[in-house]
Design a protein around this ligand. Sequence first.
Ligand code: GDU
Length: 371
Amino acid sequence: MSKYLVVGAGLFGATFAYEAAKRGHQVDVIERRNHIAGNIYTKEIDGIQVHQYGAHIFHTSNQKIWDYVNHFATFNRYTNSPVANYHGEIYNLPFNMNTFNKLWGVVTPQEAQAKIEEQRSLLNGKRPENLEEQAISLVGTDIYEKLIKGYTEKQWGHSTKDLPAFIIRRLPVRLTYDNNYFNDNYQGIPIGGYTQIVEKMLASDAISVQVGVDFFAAKDDYLKKYDHIIFTGMIDEYFAYSLGELEYRSLKFESEELDVDNYQGNAVVNYTDAQTPYTRIIEHKHFEFGKGDKGKTIITREYPKNWHRGDEPYYPVNNKENNALYKQYKELADKTAGNVIFGGRLGQYRYYDMDQVISAALNVVKSEFGD
Ligand code: GDU
């Protein structure tokens, strides 16, 4: 039996703790915030599960991960179909025949394809090297201008010319009238919220959990006391930013309780113009088909902002420079941090979705315990 310290009670740390405890190990979990569950934390207000750190929709094509997560919650049949609001014009997402029809009046896939090809011709067949070129190549200039450029530059704080192409390839482009945001086989929202998943993962008697505890207040003591540490915070902070700061994107959430039954008719509405300061408004009750108290709703506006030390980091900014710096930190970790494993969005500096986080944690479990 070994004694593990898990730093961070988010999905990565909790999955590892659960699996270690199942194998008879003792696990102490410490968490800087005053609650568990990291960014998937949800809290019930007015009978509505409020996603405290932005919209989280579980989706995966990995049967194993889907079965795994279903041990901890029952999922509803929610299908993410955000709409885009561009100066009051409404378009369906992801980019599909409904979007193309509204924008260009085209009716058949052939007409839409022809329109896209006409607009992408300005790239002269060049292989897309940044997000702007990738977007134009996928959907043409009109959609790029109305639905991508403003939104992306607000979200990332960089010109689309300086952002990696893979970010926009997260979204499907379809020549069908299908508004499902994901291509995955499985998707849904846990009935009763996300927090219960992490609660159940951490429920073992072999796991102790302390919230409101900062690893950095006693880093050296922890390193002495524990033979094995799973660190899910920022890898650059772990090394006191000794090689420089990695870049993160932060967010500010502004929630409001309104005395109306239905504010926007959809869980997620993206504001894709450059002027509106927020990127999206989520109306939480629609993740659960209008559940909650009658005549009440809770909405959250999401404002992207630059990250400065002390802010919550949400997204790693995986451009070339930052990835190169992360590689240096990774090498430093491999050389000097023998008994510390770095995991999760911040520890591995990866734009992970929830299913990928669980999968990455299970990989660590496998290499640690060899089964
Ligand atoms: N994008 C646009 N316009 C849009 C939406 C997205 O240009 O209207 C571009 C942006 O560059 C964005 C990229 O596509 O950065 C990827 O978009 P995602 O929706 O995947 O970005 P997020 O990580 O913010 O999305 C999160 C979750 C998604 C989903 C979404 C809510 O990662 O899985 O839950 O919130 O709809």
